[in-house]
Design a protein around this ligand. Structure first.
Ligand code: UTP
Length: 476
């Protein structure tokens, strides 16, 4: 056994040497048997051909992203249905409801990110996110799924992508919380791929003496991981045709929106998106555009300033639609791109990555010292022959939690959650006491188990009580 491990280490060193990465094995002689095996596993999992190409293209240079020469704004279905589309929206909503009822819709949450900005210890999905009951994000979505299943007398399986790093913690969390009342048979967890981190000279880094420093390969990795892990085949075996995709950090998301699903399906789309009106020309969201007849998202950092500021005939911004990472993806589309082989462009980010120096000391840098490479899910849009973009009201469906404070923080998200709840109450005919600045003078939390949307709340008008200033109300 010892002999075999030694020869495997030697083979590993030879392989790495050919690629100028033999330093990854520099502590091998000091490792225990188990650690040696772990290191060998890490090294074996690295696709050296890909890594070499990425180092040349993305590490040794900061590649300029070329956007297509001819881009035009993407058409969207408006959030407020105009009279000429009323019939279509009605039809789409009903069709979406039917698809859910016929068990053809699954929910897919990507939860593999490192959440470095939030600095929360544990999977982001376990972050207490609601304002009164402090429900973790996973519970918020679980309740959305339970409510959808009840509403349509259906089963909506839930696929959750984690990274290898937060997989175990995520499973333990769900077990502890008894799957939030869902049937564990209808929840499928799987791991995404990882990508080594590189120093500025293109050398891979060690996180520990026996571990290569890696990070998740981006939410774009979900489209491959869902296939490779067998999750897509699981969907097929259940008869799922449409995947409702969203990120872990947005508690206001509609987990399975019949209108969105219906528009996607009626129009024969392969991958569709929700869009919000940008707050300002340079807002840090991806921009929807059309190039060569295909929908695409151009990162804010890649859209030239003059295009970002350009106005159209109606005097509004030409590129006014921002991406919020909510999609419907056809299962057949994911199958097709995987079976033919596909690749998404890589995006480089200069980040702080703890590493071991040549003496084996762990260094925690305070400045970006490393390059991480990720793919983004929206880069799959141009692979879709047809795509639908649906505008949504930002305040209704988007309150992301990314940062510890300020914009897109837990605090800002909770304020938006209360704001939406207050709006739903008003739409149901309940007067909401307001402070001088117009904000609600009450704290309200509405679980999806009580109402999935404003219409459902209005139907429960008889169960709602009048509100007094300072009231704290939980509807669950
Ligand atoms: P973010 O871009 O916000 O990244 O991910 P993050 O890793 O969560 O947070 P920071 O940038 O380190 O602060 C958006 C969504 O995509 C998922 C995240 O879990 C989140 O739901 N994601 C991101 C993955 O599932 N895998 C990845 O490799 C990256």
């Amino acid at each position: 056994m010892a002999q075999t491990i030694r020869s495997r280490i030697e083979a590993g060193v030879r392989l790495l040497r050919r690629h100028g990465q033999e330093h990854l094995m520099q502590f091998a002689a000091q490792l225990s048997q188990e650690e040696k095996l772990r290191l060998l596993e890490d090294v074996k999992s690295i696709d050296m051909t890909l890594v070499n190409e990425l180092i040349t293209r993305y590490v040794h240079q900061k590649p300029k992203i070329d956007i297509p020469k001819e881009i035009t704004p993407a058409p969207v279905y408006p959030a407020h249905c105009p009279p000429e589309l009323q019939k279509k929206y009605q039809q789409a909503r009903e069709y979406g409801e039917r698809l859910i009822a016929e068990h053809k819709v699954a929910v897919f949450t990507v939860a593999g990110g490192m959440g470095t900005r939030l600095m929360f210890d544990g999977p982001k999905g376990s972050l207490p996110a609601t304002c009164l009951r402090n429900k973790p994000l996973f519970q918020v979505f679980a309740e959305g799924i339970i409510a959808t299943q009840r509403c349509y007398n259906s089963i909506v399986p839930w696929y959750i992508m984690t990274s290898p790093a937060n997989y175990d913690d995520t499973i333990i969390f769900f077990k502890e919380k008894k799957y939030f009342g869902l049937d564990p048979a209808n929840i499928v967890f799987f791991r995404q791929g990882m990508m080594p981190s590189f120093d500025k000279n293109g050398k891979m880094m060690l996180a520990e003496r026996h571990r290569v420093a890696t990070s998740p390969d981006g939410h774009g990795g979900s489209l491959r991981a869902v296939y490779k892990s067998g999750a897509l085949a699981d969907m097929a075996s259940r008869g799922v045709e449409y995947i409702s995709y969203f990120q872990i950090d947005n508690p206001l998301v509609y987990v399975a929106d019949p209108l969105f699903i219906g528009l996607h399906a009626l129009d024969g789309a392969e991958m569709s998106s929700k869009a919000v009106l940008k707050c300002d020309p340079l807002e840090k969201v991806g921009n929807f555009a059309i190039a060569d007849g295909r929908t695409m998202v151009i990162e804010y950092s890649d859209l030239p300033d003059e295009l970002a500021h350009q106005h159209g005939d109606d005097d509004s911004l030409m590129f006014k639609w921002g991406s919020i990472a909510i999609h419907i993806v056809s299962r057949a589309f994911v199958e097709r791109i995987n079976s033919r082989g596909f690749s998404l462009p890589w995006h480089r980010a200069d980040k702080r990555v703890p590493y071991l120096d040549e003496n084996g000391n762990r260094i925690n840098p305070d400045q970006p010292n490393a390059i991480k490479l990720e793919t983004f899910v929206f880069d799959a849009l141009p692979l879709a022959a047809k795509s639908v973009t649906l505008e949504i009201e930002r305040s209704e469906q988007f309150a992301p939690i990314k940062n510890t404070a300020g914009v897109d923080s837990l605090h800002s998200s909770q304020q938006l959650q209360i704001k939406r709840a207050a709006r739903w109450m008003e739409a149901a005919g309940i007067k909401v006491p307001r402070k001088k600045d117009g904000s609600a003078d009450v704290i309200i939390e509405i679980s999806s188990l009580f109402a999935l949307d404003a219409d459902e709340l209005a139907r429960k008008r008889a169960q709602l009580r009048p509100l007094k200033p300072g009231d704290i109300v939980y509807l669950g």
